[in-house]
Design a protein around this ligand. Structure first.
Ligand SMILES: [Mg+2]
Length: 321
């Protein structure tokens, strides 16, 4: 038999239930043993899960609860975007320390549900428990894509162009600034790329509908690491053009090329497209830049103004190192 739920947990579930709306793809949401989801005819389902752990992915003294909730769901939605899919429903498992103030939980849920509403992704279930140490949130997102149309990491071919949406490095540079000056509070609204990243669902869907992308991934771990995943899965290498990489901003400072190359958690889309295929400079209002080319030789090189050098995956490792 399971122990009786403490009041805080009952309140949490009741609170979540009160905040959740049903969506067209969710027949039965919170309140039964399972959610019942309706898949569109001829669709395949996409499923992704992501942990958000206190001390690893966020710190309570740096990240406001709304940002923790937003980033928690953004990680899952970004994975759906990277397949060219549509989100159908999200599931949240939360383990919270007994002494966590209720307003923290309310604000976390507000941040998460605001993003869920924006992308029509109903929260259709989850679980709660007491955590002996720190906040643990696990998000599961179910999405769908027409049969056989998911954009995989394995489709890149030599000669394909390499493209990225938005800008890179801004999120990691913001985090580094907080690590260098832990006492200085940042206003989250001034650093949206870190605190409130926007999953590129519309860009991903456009690329799938127009059948432009041969391979795709979202930049969660950093360009060098995420590109290495496409290279490995596709059995190819890559040449990047240093000058072309769109460098993000941290406040009024533009990040340097190494930050853009290795910094993670930007949640942009990195994709390849055949050389003859025209790729617009902007998709769904988001700038898209060609940053290099897929090559047969299985290594990754950075072509600068004067020299060419090989680089390795060196992505974001959260708060370690
Ligand atoms: Mg991903």
């Amino acid at each position: 038999m399971e122990p009786a739920l403490p009041d805080s947990e009952k309140n949490l579930i009741a609170g979540i239930r009160g905040m959740v709306r049903r969506g067209p793809g969710v027949m039965t949401g919170i309140g039964d043993d399972c959610a019942v989801l309706r898949a569109p005819r001829g669709a395949e389902l996409l499923v992704t899960t992501d942990f958000s752990l206190e001390g690893v992915h966020f710190r309570r003294e740096w990240h406001p609860p709304e940002a923790v909730g937003h980033r928690c769901l953004a990680r899952g939605l970004s994975d759906i975007a990277a397949m060219g899919g549509e989100p159908r429903a999200a599931f949240l498992s939360l383990a919270l320390p007994g002494k966590l103030p209720q307003p923290w939980v309310d604000r976390f849920m507000q941040g998460l549900l605001a993003l869920a509403g924006k992308f029509h992704t109903p929260l259709a279930g989850g679980d709660t428990a007491q955590s002996p140490n720190g906040i643990l949130a696990d998000i599961l997102v179910v999405g769908s894509v027409p049969q056989g149309k998911a954009i995989l990491r394995s489709g890149a071919r030599p000669g394909d162009g390499i493209f990225v949406s938005g800008e890179l490095g801004g999120s990691a540079a913001t985090l580094r600034r907080m690590m260098n000056a832990p006492k200085r509070k940042l206003r989250p609204e001034d650093f949206p790329r870190h605190f409130f990243p926007e999953p590129r669902l519309r860009v991903g869907r456009w690329l799938r509908e127009k059948e432009v992308a041969t391979a795709m991934i979202d930049t969660s771990d950093g360009l060098s690491t995420d590109l290495s995943h496409i290279c490995e899965e596709s059995g190819v290498g890559a040449e990047l053009w240093e000058e072309a990489i769109p460098r993000g901003w941290v406040g009024r400072r533009q990040v340097d090329v190494l930050e853009a190359l290795h910094g993670g958690e930007d949640y942009e889309l990195l994709f390849t497209a055949p050389s003859g295929r025209r790729v617009p400079a902007s998709i769904a209002g988001v700038p898209v830049t060609q940053i290099g080319i897929v090559q047969r030789v299985k290594k990754m090189v950075l072509q600068g103004v004067a020299r060419k050098r090989e680089f390795k995956p060196q992505g974001w490792e959260h708060f370690r190192g």
